[in-house]
Design a protein around this ligand. Structure first.
Ligand SMILES: O=C(O)CCC(=O)C(=O)O
Length: 277
């Protein structure tokens, strides 16, 4: 599988990347300089100034703003809980972060989708939207491995069958969803993204964060060498087939890692792409 690294605004042959990533012809796309140094400084300054109650702690050492669509600690949460706060969360993003991060994603997604717009996903009901992106802050808390563990989109979805994703069934191709995030701050040790050469179907499905060995398979994701670890610089954006390929953020050993991201997938009815978090 290939990967591409491009510099904004020179997209050249990355113009059809969303489709190439969906087909796993591409393993990942990096867009360098998605945010420049001054923008990153401004965003991090705004994050530090945010009222504490706008953050949610998903587990010790892993804090997000605004919240995730799925509730990591309560898989039975009713989806209306999320949608009752999602429009306010969109306003919180706009009102508290000076750099218009959503506009930036709109612009870049269009560039890598053959000039077709990629819109924020609609929620159930008129005027209700998903939160487009969120900030993820991972620290190296003592005793808590602030990392995502090895996962893929279906794994995440499996934890959410009773909640927010329910209404997406049949509408969005979220088995083949792409993950994306911009790295805003590197931690001092760890925190790189590892993408495995294995797809969901090559490997057993997980339950409750544990992963099982597929009967007859001698693949062990913990020890396999068939993977790549991608080191990114602050300001780089990565898009990869996180719905299909196993991946993880390596344990944050020192310092704090800050990223901004979400998911993007095509709607079955017309193949138009939408993003959410
Ligand atoms: O936001 C990040 O830093 C990690 C993203 C990730 O693992 C995912 O989207 O599945």
């Amino acid at each position: 599988m290939n990967h591409l690294v491009v510099k904004r605004p020179d997209f050249g042959f990355a113009k059809d990347s969303l489709n190439a990533l969906r087909n796993t012809e591409l393993k990942y796309l990096i867009i360098e300089n998605f945010f420049n140094e001054d923008e990153i400084k401004s965003i991090i300054h705004d994050l530090r100034a945010l009222p504490k109650d706008l953050y949610s702690e998903t587990k010790p050492g892993f804090t997000v703003f605004p919240r995730h669509a799925f509730n990591i600690s309560n898989r039975d949460e009713d989806m209306h809980v999320y949608f009752s706060v999602s429009n306010k969360a969109i306003d919180d993003l706009k009102n508290n972060v000076q750099v218009d991060v959503v506009q930036r994603f709109d612009d870049v997604f269009k560039e890598v989708n053959n000039s077709n717009p990629v819109e924020i996903l609609d929620g159930p009901g008129d005027g209700i939207k998903f939160i487009p992106v969120n900030f993820r802050l991972m620290t190296s808390e003592v005793g808590a491995k602030a990392t995502s563990g090895i996962h893929n989109g279906s794994h995440v979805t499996a934890r959410c069958v009773n909640s927010t994703y329910k209404h997406l069934n049949g509408l969005i191709d979220f088995d083949n969803q792409l993950s994306f995030f911009c790295l805003l701050q590197n931690c001092n040790e760890g925190g790189d993204l590892t993408i495995y050469d294995y797809k969901v179907d090559d490997y057993p499905s997980l339950s409750d964060g544990r992963y099982l060995t597929k009967p007859g398979s001698n693949v062990d994701l913990q020890t396999t060498k068939n993977k790549c670890t991608v080191h990114m610089e602050p300001g780089d954006l990565i898009i990869f087939p996180g719905g299909q390929l196993w991946h993880r953020v390596e344990v944050v050993k020192k310092g704090e890692r800050i990223s901004l991201g979400g998911f993007v997938a095509a709607r079955y009815s017309d193949n138009s792409w939408h993003y959410w978090n």
